[in-house]
Design a binder for this molecule. Sequence first.
Ligand code: DAH
Length: 331
Amino acid sequence: MDARALENEAQSAIANASTLDELGDARVRYLGRKSELKQALRAVRDRETGMTLNAVREHLEAALATRQAELERAELDRSLSEDVVDVTLPGDAPPRGHLHLITQIRREVEDVFLGLGYRIVDGREVESTHYNFDALNFPHWHPARSRRASLFLNGDTLLRTETSPSQIRVMEEQEPPIYMISLGRVYRRDTPDATHNPIFHQVEGLAIDKGITLADLKGTLLHLMRALFGEERGMRFRTHFFPFTEPSMEPDVSCFLCEGAGCRVCKFSGWIEMGGSGMVDPSLFEFVGYDYEEYSGFAFGLGLERIAQLRHSVPDVRLLWDNDLRFVRQF
Ligand code: DAH
């Protein structure tokens, strides 16, 4: 075949290629290693034929490049017009976290007391034995002072075993009237089981003013319990002993499961223990220099894990610390 005829045939194959695949086929056929043109080029013996064939090769390469650009452009135009993005489709929702159950309860308790005009005070997780025991009237032989009961950092520094030290710090700082709560983590040297964890949360409350009575303490705790557990919740107070309150009482809430009839959860008593409370012992007032003839006050300390367990029937306190998402997501 002469060079002109070959070029014409190749040019029309290139021009007629309607896809990049077809163009690829044409490239192999007319410019591939085994193509007529390449074979002819290898066989060239004279300069003139060589120049003619090389010119054909150059024309065809240029035509191929042009056609390739055209087809790519057409393909881009097609995909731009056909594969339109539907901007009204909802996107993929990013995973979103939420507050842990204990944090939710902490905030609910804070809201209840803010509503009563209380102040929220930060305490210290690392405390001295002075604030954790001495100033709270713990006798020197009290078992909580033992290294086997509490987590000491050195001889007179420990991880607080209760939020009660915050009472002393607030009383040292200001004069009555005081209406404050303080919430946070406390630490005890307990082996974890269904009802114990070496770290847990307490809410401490302290109210000191003229004429505060036990009735104020009972009314305040009843208000809190009803806000947390519902209006029908009953309460009772059992006498108890704490070194820093006199008299001392443990508040119980009627069992959420059996409504007082008695069941496994309340150990067949109909009641569930919530923590400790009482009227502030006058010896604490002496300690911080308040006049106990003029002022009186009440205090309480309740466990937040206990509140969570009661309200949501959480069977094991460790679930509240494990952070297993299958559990955490339920609240
Ligand atoms: N601190 C006590 C405890 O952890 C609870 C408690 C009892 C706190 C009586 C008080 C209180 O403020 O008045 O067992």
